[in-house]
Design a binder for this molecule. Structure first.
Ligand code: SF4
Length: 367
């Protein structure tokens, strides 16, 4: 099993300033967090919330949603409100969606300096609004969409070009006394990516979001990300990670979590995860999740327990959880690793989960 006392870290953590993406601290002494991105149409609120439920159940801590259209921007207030984990709006091209995302209550907004022309003029207003709301900004530089000025200067997306683009964008925000920033400089080549992050780490104290872009299908992407993140995290660089795979986002979270566990950066303990609830919910998920948390408090085993709002998708969405409940019609389906093992009345949900958790804990202890 997982050793309960992590080994000494490979090297001291780079000292970065801490920001808060909603409830999740990023940077400083905060544990390295795992994030992913939905693949649904953001404008399809229920589908997006359902995918967020899957991600939450698999241990994802922050989720990003793409906002390419006004319909997507219009969906943000509901998604931001209902998601159980902080939602970052991903904005390219259109500064008006940055304002929409900020006003929608998103936990952070990602902007790509290479893709937002005439953006520079609006940085002041964005900085003021974001500061007022206490919302951080991720400056997300991508090799595939490098600022044309830097492309011209360097000839290609070199580490220097990626870093210069990021720091230039930071300086625009800093002019407005805005420093609630995290940065990514993604490249599809782990060697370039590692060099870019090393340079960036030395040049600023902003928290860093690690990512290899277009990492590829699951096998290749897993290895590229593990190698690149592993190299950087072993040097103490990196505050939050997103594995990009051409695969369902839950797979990204599994890989990301495994990378952190492999490096001793994460010790698994008891984790209660719950779905954000959507139009299908037949129970007050938040209250039930609180009751389950209270009942299992003190159980110090690496178990992920999911509380899901409906029996239609709950067990399936929580497949990566060890144990869970999907509620509906005054009953609760109790499931273990995505398979329904029994159905109990609502009044018996909490005690049944406690029993099953104890049984699983015993199994884990015996391995
Ligand atoms: Fe998924 Fe059901 Fe929760 Fe909706 S209520 S997010 S379908 S588990």
């Amino acid at each position: 099993g997982t050793p309960s006392v992590p080994a000494k870290p490979l090297s001291p953590r780079r000292v970065s300033r801490q920001i808060h993406v909603g409830s999740v601290p990023v940077g400083g002494d905060a544990p390295v967090s795992v994030q992913s991105m939905t693949t649904t149409l953001t404008s399809d609120v229920n589908a997006t919330l359902q995918q967020i439920a899957q991600l939450t159940a698999s241990g994802c801590q922050i989720v990003r949603v793409a906002v390419p259209s006004q319909d997507d921007a219009d969906a943000l207030p509901t998604i931001a409100k209902k998601s159980q984990i902080p939602v970052i709006a991903d904005i390219h091209f259109q500064p008006k969606y940055v304002f929409a995302a900020l006003d929608a209550g998103c936990a952070a907004v990602r902007v790509n300096p290479g893709n937002i022309r005439k953006f520079d003029d609006q940085v002041g207003e964005i900085a003021r609004r974001a500061k007022y709301l206490g919302t951080p900004i991720r400056i997300g530089v991508n090799a595939g969409s490098l600022d044309p000025r830097l492309y011209e200067k360097y000839g290609k997306a070199t580490p220097e070009a990626l870093v210069e683009s990021a720091l230039w964008e930071c300086s625009l925000f800093e002019e407005h006394d805005f420093r609630d920033i995290k940065i990514s400089v993604k490249h599809n080549d782990p060697v370039v990516m590692i060099q870019a992050y090393r340079q960036l780490a030395a040049a600023c104290d902003y928290p860093l979001h690690l990512g290899v872009t277009e990492a590829g299908p699951a096998f290749q992407g897993t290895i590229k990300s593990a190698v690149a993140f592993g190299a950087l995290l072993a040097e103490g660089i990196g505050d939050t990670i997103r594995v990009s795979l051409s695969a369902p986002p839950v797979e990204e979270v599994k890989v990301g979590t495994q990378i952190l566990e492999s490096l001793g950066l994460r010790k698994r303990g008891l984790e209660i995860v719950s779905c954000p609830s959507c139009g299908r919910a037949q129970v007050d998920v938040y209250t039930l999740a609180d009751q389950v948390s209270a009942a299992l408090e003190g159980l110090d085993v690496p178990l992920r327990v999911a509380v899901m709002g409906c029996v239609v998708n709950g067990p399936g969405e929580a497949r990566e959880a060890d144990l869970g409940v999907a509620s509906g019609n005054g009953k609760g389906q109790i499931f273990v690793r995505g398979e329904v093992i029994k159905t109990v009345s609502e009044a018996k949900i909490v005690e049944t989960l406690v029993e099953e958790a104890a049984r699983l804990a015993e199994e884990l202890g015996a391995d």
